[in-house]
Write a protein that binds this ligand. Structure first.
Ligand code: ZN
Length: 406
């Protein structure tokens, strides 16, 4: 057919010999279909703004609601269609994970064979979609409500709306993990759980020893704070690859869900990322210079980079900024550089946390701060402009992540 015209729009009606399409100006156009009309499916990449594959399909595969490009010619006052191209937008893994309300980073790590198994609490309404997603990729999914009643008491899971999901290539690994995780009465004290999830042994052992045992009298939120403080004091360098600060799940109990949601929203609003998963590894490392964690996170970084280069870069850049840490939900991220005791900064960076406005106002007065056990001094060009008093040495300490130690 010579120089056909093209109509882009959505199918309103499709019959044996008639196709009605509403075009981009909301005008309905009617086309004639016959035996010669070709039907094709075009996979279109939004990111690259181009078609990436085209294949012939049956007419029955085209339905009302599909987005199409109709190639047609005017013949005797009627529009005769030569080809109907069904446009399918390729979704990135990140968009798909976001639709399933699942952890994008963990999915990439699993699909890239970096992680042997992962589990997540998922919405019951999403189960069919999630099952299709993993089974298409030849992974085994196991949904379970086992022990939900017990764990529900801790506020970990809402039995009526949520289920555990376990995914792996290896059915035995799922079985083993379920036995260890769901079967253990002292789940928290079992370092084996971390190992089965692919976390380094040094970190899994350390997590039990430090976070669970040393601070057993504290709630999860305080435990995380004390653990980060100890990690900070023991670390020689501060690799952004081992920055776990923006992973909130597992660091707090479910009563903090609302806070997590606000922070996650801040992350999405403040960055160009469409998911709130701002970390390369979800476990708490034994230190900010843990070699095994860095190695693991580097693999995840490259796997994300292969999927979406700009996302990987933005993720690493955000994780590379120094942080003044008050609590799991209260911290200040900086454009700047420093050590554990002193920080030179240009401004406060994103993502923003739930830290008090008064603290922000004080910090904004200066461009350098010093941290001691009982106070934070704020200076501008060598002159002291304000002080933040600390309640304890853990109440405001510096974690000087830097892009120089990747
Ligand atoms: Zn470690």
């Amino acid at each position: 057919m010579d120089n056909p015209s093209i109509c882009d729009g959505v199918i309103r009606e499709i019959k044996d010999s008639k196709l009605v399409v509403m075009d981009n100006n909301s005008t309905s156009e009617t086309f004639l279909l016959d035996k010669e009309t070709e039907f094709l499916q075009v996979i279109f990449s939004k990111e690259e703004q181009k078609p990436i594959s085209e294949m012939k399909i049956e007419k029955g595969d085209v339905r009302e609601g599909d987005i199409v490009s109709v190639f047609y010619k005017n013949e005797g006052g009627k529009k005769k269609s030569a080809a109907v191209k069904k446009i399918v937008n390729k979704k990135s893994l990140m968009e798909k994970a976001s639709e399933m309300q699942m952890d994008y980073i963990e999915i990439v790590a699993l699909l890239s064979n970096i992680k042997p198994l992962f589990y997540e609490i998922v919405q019951d309404g999403k189960i069919d979609e999630i099952k299709d997603f993993f089974e298409e990729r030849r992974l085994i999914c196991d949904f379970s409500k086992e022990r939900c009643e017990d764990l529900g008491k801790d506020g970990l899971i809402d039995r009526n709306k949520e289920s555990f999901l376990f995914v792996s290539k290896d059915r035995r690994k799922i079985k083993n993990f379920k036995k260890t995780y769901l079967g253990s009465s002292d789940r928290e004290k079992n370092a084996e759980i971390g190992i089965l999830l692919g976390y380094p042994k040094c970190c899994a052992d350390n997590f039990i020893k430090e976070t669970i045992e040393r601070y057993s009298d504290y709630d999860l939120e305080d435990r995380s704070k004390y653990h980060y403080f100890r990690m900070s004091s023991l670390s020689k360098t501060f690799s952004p690859l081992a920055n776990p600060l923006f992973c909130f799940y597992g660091r707090v109990d479910k009563s903090s869900r609302e806070k997590i949601e606000i922070l996650n929203e801040n992350i999405i609003k403040n960055t160009s990322l469409s998911t709130p998963y701002l970390y390369l590894t979800s476990h708490v490392p034994c230190s900010f210079d843990c070699k095994e964690t860095i190695e693991y996170a580097r693999k995840v970084y490259f796997a994300i980079k292969e999927e979406n280069e700009s996302v990987a870069e933005e993720l690493l850049e955000t994780l590379s900024k120094p942080v003044l840490f008050f609590s799991v939900f209260e911290f200040v991220v900086f454009e700047g550089e420093g050590s554990r005791n002193e920080l030179y900064y240009e401004k406060i960076a994103k993502p923003h946390s739930l830290v008090d406005d008064e603290i922000i106002k004080k910090i904004e007065k200066g461009n350098r701060l010093t941290v001691s056990d009982d106070k934070i001094g704020i200076y501008r060009d060598g002159v002291k402009v304000d002080t933040i008093k600390k309640k304890s040495k853990e109440d405001g300490f510096l974690i000087p992540f830097s892009n120089k130690v990747i």
